[in-house]
Design a protein around this ligand. Sequence first.
Ligand SMILES: [Zn+2]
Length: 458
Amino acid sequence: MPESVEIPPFTAVPEAKPADASSPLESPKSQFSKHILVNSNALQLTTYPGLNGVDPVPLQWGAADAKSRGPIVVSRNSSQLKRRNAMGAHGGSYSIYNALAIAAGDLPKDFKPDFRNTEPTFQFPQQPAWSDRMKIVSLDPFGHDIIKNFKEYLDVGWDLRPTMAVTRANMRLAEIEKAVSEGKLEVDGSVIVGKNGDVKVTKVAVEPVWYLPGVAERFGVDEGTLRRMLFEHTGGSYPELITRPDLKVFLPPIGGLTVYIFGPPERVADENVKLALRIHDECNGSDVFQSDICTCRPYLAFGVQEAIKEAQNGGSGVVIYFRKEGRALGEVVKYLVYNARKRGGDTADKYFERTENIAGVRDMRFQALMPDILHWLGIKKIDRMLSMSNMKHDAIVAQGIKIIERIPIPEEMIPQDSRVEIDAKINAGYFTTGKKYTTEELAQVKGRGWEKWEDVTH
Ligand SMILES: [Zn+2]
């Protein structure tokens, strides 16, 4: 770590003078027009590398430590606009709510958070991957500890925000409570702490921070194409993707992920103990509301149960929850697919075709960036991989992380109506130790129809 790091000077640019306070009798419409006018005078749509005063704070992705890497500076406030070294905004998809809060006057636009006592509850040791510019490309490996790493910046007024947070909590799942009451899981006082199935867990929330050359490389596309598509297909929201090729970091407006660690977090990176791990992609309808059309909640509960068992056996258990609802197609598309399936005769041989007809692809989750969090945690091998997905498996193995055993969801946990999904996936290459259906047989795997529903409503 360098002895000292020079903090770039912070030059506060005076705020534009607000217009005269509106008369309380003025109509909301005229207040609104005046407001737009005042703001538009100072509005800078984009910046260019040679523009007067543009001088990004040095950011060297993949540097040996946080201080030599440099802070992620993304705020567009007037004193930082020309010193930014990243595009996008903090908060992932919630950046829009932040903008709304400022527009509504609930949040001052120059608000600076007070980070006292927000530090991580567990100090994850720095892993070699944190300073490998191509191993971690979709999160900021130092994003959990900005108070320690960039205190000098915060102290003189820079607006920097953590993009990760580490906490600890209790968790209670009905399936775990049931397993405890049936004697299948033991109350050991350390991982499971109560008869009602209360589980101790360490949690890490992560917002996406993309290093664009690394993301482009993972997808096998050139950076220019990636930037152009991100610009075009977000309604032109981030013009600096085009005008600032010198800025390589982008905080996209998408959901992040949460890591749930069972057992002592220091064991996660320990190659001498066993690790059970599930990578789970969000499915709100099943995960929370227990729809029976898919295997998401049962597999998640099974993953948690096996992770707990491994931790109780002296190993470690990890479940990572990605906000990629409905294969990253969203719930609207997902429900349209449900309708097309149920109205068209819901058979497993047509399962993927129905999604492709509506979304153009069968899956938009692209697991290529998923292994970043495994690198961050220092995971080098997974003893028990609680997933049948070939895409997840291949992405992890492609990153040099070994998978020793793959564990499919137990047959008895598969809801009847979800056979269409699971059998179609197995036929398409998902891992199984059970039966693999032929295409002809898949046509016989039928989901529940809607007939009874429609009878009731008519
Ligand atoms: Zn699901």
